[in-house]
Design a protein around this ligand. Structure first.
Ligand SMILES: [Fe+2]
Ligand SMILES: [Fe+2]
Length: 260
């Protein structure tokens, strides 16, 4: 079984090292460890496909040197070929300028709305790969990343990335959780809900957006959800996670509750 997520439930993780989440015939997915100990801690992932390496949501400039060091345990950092940036927040992508310093040929894979804002980090001289053109990225091997737009969760141009090989969904801020008592993988989904609520109730706009996205993805084969904050949700909890979005009341549902 090439998916190693379930075996990391309830295990002590060395947050200074990467963890291999999936491996099959030259295709690998890594969680890249974590530097910060706050509840907001940001997850960075790396997708390897033979000689192509894509970082998903590389994060803040503060942790760039540390991430670069960890990447170097897997591949020479100048070999990173692309960054996937699921929206424009600084915790997702401020370090894109540092990655462009290492390799000016890195592709920036993102939505057109996100791409409007990225130059404000200081560089616009990069190759933009628009997820909206084909809704997919094909590796040289023929393997596919499928982009699924997630409007207003929590940015108009937000999107998620489904690795079709592993069936792992990189979900950005969707299913993010805030928790000091962090585990790499969710053990008890019911216990995890209050920590997701801490994020979603304030950051996500309304049930129209969350349930609309849930209905859009419920027929996809998803074997794990990899959010940008909090714990990974493994296959046995994916259905409950989708139902969580269907039933969520958040943002405007609460702020303007009297108007509904
Ligand atoms: Fe965000
Ligand atoms: Fe975030």
């Amino acid at each position: 079984m090439p998916n190693f997520i379930a075996q990391n439930i309830n295990t002590m993780i060395d947050t200074n090292e990467h963890v291999l989440l999936f491996e099959d015939n030259g295709h690998k997915i890594y969680w890249m460890g974590i530097e910060e100990e706050s509840a907001f801690r940001c997850n960075v992932y790396l997708i390897e496909d033979n000689d192509e390496f894509i970082i998903v949501d590389p994060g803040s400039r503060i942790y760039h040197q540390e991430l670069k060091k960890r990447v170097s345990h897997i591949v020479e950092p100048s070999k990173i070929s692309a960054l996937i940036l699921c929206h424009q927040d600084p915790d997702v992508c401020a370090s894109m300028v540092d990655w462009l310093d290492i390799n000016p040929n890195i592709k920036i894979i993102t939505s057109s709305r996100t791409n409007v804002l990225l130059p404000y980090y200081g560089r616009s001289d990069y190759e933009f790969y628009n997820i909206g053109d084909t809704n997919s990225f094909i590796f040289k091997s023929g393997r596919e990343l499928k982009f699924i737009e997630a409007p207003f969760l929590h940015f108009p141009g937000a999107f998620t990335t489904l690795d079709v090989t592993s069936n792992m969904l990189f979900s950005g801020d969707i299913w993010a959780a805030l928790d000091i008592d962090w585990n790499l993988v969710v053990n008890d989904f019911e216990e995890h809900i209050p920590y997701m609520n801490l994020f979603h109730i304030d950051y996500m706009p309304s049930n129209v957006a969350t349930s609309g996205f849930a209905k859009k993805i419920e027929h996809e084969k998803i074997d794990a959800i990899l959010p940008q904050h909090g714990s990974i949700i493994d296959a046995m909890n994916v259905k409950d996670a989708i139902n969580y979005l269907k039933n969520l009341r958040c943002g405007l549902d609460i702020i303007y509750a009297d108007d509904n």
